[in-house]
Ligand binder design. Structure first.
Ligand SMILES: [Mg+2]
Length: 408
């Protein structure tokens, strides 16, 4: 079998106004996500089997598509998808690497279909796979400090009533605009904790919105989360991972102390479980985070790294007794990829299930994977186990140009 073509296209979904979600307000800026994109990769073979993959779509869509067409495609044409790991080895360019990660997923989808095997079974070298996964409701992005913060409490209750046993929430809209302080936020989180009870798992993702100059506030917040029995605190402080060892540049260009050291101090001084890594594609930086005791959990993203690198990182994390809980926030394709990955790693804990109302999660696919009562049962279909709804791709998800965030 050999690859005959690489096809790539963008699918977009515009959120109806009530479903728009807040995306990192700071000072007087209050951006909301107006639409969402997906860069789909489809590989074709001479035996008629096709494979699906997805490429991280937040920015630079055309640069990523150019890399897929002009660098990744020539590398794959005529080659066997069974050589997937060798064919998709990373180089120095970000866009090419992201394209290679998407191609890696698509090659594996073909391998699964060619061998009539679900991917999690192909990945399961130690016969320890678990195809029934506990999902956590990843949300807490639709509430606003300037409106009705108690929407967050209502949302947490709704997730629990839907059968979820865990929820991840975000820090809300701009703190400066609504005079929010750490004690005020902790008071809201205490109400969430009371509403869902002591056994429901809660996680906070700060999405790196605090700067290093706010370390004392973040430490106070981290101690508060520990006291409220939060499961983990994700991406607490801004990191600039492309910078060299020892220092990194803050948002204003000033040189700040090493972010690895800052994360370690936060862990040690608060006792809180810290996680990070969803935007990291550089195994060297992941290694620094682990060797530097900066994080307890790595939230790598399979669409940034591909299956082979993600699995190597997970194995290495397991050897260091750390959990691997991948990030997943785009479409039903990447959700299926994350599910197969999690099912087959030894240090699995839970699977992220995005709860914003994005039709890219379900209507893009014929038989999307979806949790029931907070758990996902991976179907025994070969490969990723998902297929595009061709009619929906052609008629409902046309590309939308422009920044996905409004109000920047
Ligand atoms: Mg995150």
């Amino acid at each position: 079998m050999h690859i005959t073509d690489l096809e790539t296209f963008v699918c977009s979904y515009r959120f109806p106004e009530p479903d728009r979600w807040y995306a990192g307000g700071k000072d007087d800026k209050e951006p909301v996500a107006g639409h969402f994109n997906a860069i789909i990769v489809r590989l074709h073979t001479n035996e008629g089997i096709t494979g699906l993959g997805e490429v991280m779509p937040w920015t630079d869509l055309d640069a990523r598509i150019d890399a897929l067409q002009n660098i990744v495609r020539p590398r794959l044409i005529g080659r066997s998808p069974f050589d997937v790991d060798l064919l998709t080895t990373f180089g120095p360019d970000l866009h090419t690497n992201l394209g290679l990660a998407g191609a890696n997923i698509a090659c594996w989808d073909i391998v699964g279909k060619a061998t009539q095997t679900p991917l999690y079974r192909l990945f399961d070298r130690d016969a320890l796979a678990e195809p029934r996964l506990r999902c956590y409701a990843s949300g807490g992005v639709g509430w606003a400090w300037f409106d009705r913060p108690d929407d967050l409490v209502d949302e947490a209750i709704a997730h629990r009533e839907a059968g979820f046993t865990a929820m991840k929430l975000r820090i809300g809209t701009s703190w400066a605009r609504a005079d929010v302080t750490v004690p005020r936020f902790l008071e809201l989180l205490a109400r969430v904790r009371t509403a869902v009870g002591p056994d429901f798992e809660l996680m906070l993702d700060a999405n790196m919105r605090f700067g290093p100059e706010e370390f004392d506030d973040v430490l106070e917040l981290s101690r508060g989360l520990h006291a409220l029995n939060f499961q983990w605190f994700e991406d607490p402080i801004h990191r600039a991972e492309e910078e060299g060892y020892g220092f990194y540049k803050g948002r204003d260009g000033s040189v700040e102390p090493d972010s690895v050291g800052m994360y370690r101090n936060l862990r040690e001084q608060s006792g809180m479980t810290i996680s990070g890594g969803e935007t990291t594609f550089d195994p060297t930086f992941l290694r620094r985070m682990i060797d530097g005791d900066a994080v307890d959990i790595v939230n790598l993203d399979v669409t940034w790294l591909g299956f082979d690198q993600s699995r190597r990182v997970a194995t290495w994390l397991a050897a260091h007794n750390r959990r691997c809980i991948p990030h997943s926030w785009t479409t039903g394709i990447s959700f299926a990829a994350a599910a197969h990955f999690v099912a087959a790693i030894p240090n699995r804990y839970t699977l992220e299930f995005q709860t914003i109302k994005s039709r890219l999660m379900d209507d893009l696919l014929l038989e999307p994977l979806a949790p029931v009562d907070g758990h996902l049962e991976i179907p025994e279909r070969p490969g990723l186990g998902v297929e595009l709804n061709e009619d929906a791709v052609a008629n409902q998800f046309q590309r939308i140009d422009g920044d996905i965030l409004l109000g920047l």
